[in-house]
Design a protein around this ligand. Structure first.
Ligand code: AMP
Length: 190
């Protein structure tokens, strides 16, 4: 059976957002991206958006309690029946532990965590290209380097966290989008 409660991990620019969108389309599951939710909050000028904006602009993480609240509301509100792919949450061990609790309260758990492994310089190039195309203010080179540093420091420990739970599969994230999509599909089936 295809796993349907998924977590995608990977450095900023690893292609995890793209792969999440493909999984959503192919599996008919929900895309849960705390980055998207926070950007909406910023655009709407909500209290959460005001608290998050400058941190996001600097490539820093938004505090755990705020993000856990956002993710928890989203999981509880829209249900989890169709399955989901988490993209950009959790990003710290504290968030991963909170996620365990949230899912447990909802009577479910993750099926699988996939981590996309990529070459770091390729990641920086990919991010700079995306920033140029989309005109994203939070994506200049300094911010990108900072986002990578934060990723190493706070998010990479999650690879071991999920490996320890026997839930991790590593997928090579280099090469064309189509190739990576095939590798992800294989990881889901095996
Ligand atoms: P993303 O689109 O996932 O790269 O998220 C964009 C920005 O939103 C990040 O650089 C963080 O500032 C913030 N953010 C998104 N998700 C989280 C999270 N799980 N924990 C902390 N900050 C987050």
């Amino acid at each position: 059976m295809t796993a349907k409660r998924l977590l995608l991990l990977g450095a900023p620019g690893s292609g995890k957002g793209t792969q999440a969108a493909t999984l959503v389309k192919n599996l008919g599951i929900d895309h849960i991206s705390t980055g998207d939710m926070l950007r909406s909050a910023v655009a709407e000028g909500t209290e959460l958006g005001k608290q998050a904006k400058s941190l996001m602009d600097q490539g820093q993480l938004v505090p755990d309690d705020l993000v856990i609240g956002v993710a928890s509301d989203r999981l509880a509100r829209n249900g989890i029946d169709r399955g989901f792919v988490l993209d950009g949450f959790p990003r710290t061990v504290a968030q991963a532990e909170a996620l365990d609790g949230i899912l447990k309260d909802l009577g479910t758990s993750l099926d699988l965590c996939i981590t996309l492994s990529v070459d770091e310089e390729a990641v920086v190039e990919r991010l700079l290209k995306r920033a140029n195309i989309e005109g994203r203010l939070d994506d200049n080179e300094t911010t990108i380097r900072e986002r990578l540093r934060v990723h190493h420091e706070s998010t990479e420990p999650l690879v071991q966290f999920y490996r320890d739970r026997g839930m991790l599969k590593t997928v090579d994230g280099m090469g064309t989008e189509e190739k990576v999509t095939l590798r992800v599909a294989e990881a889901l089936e095996s």
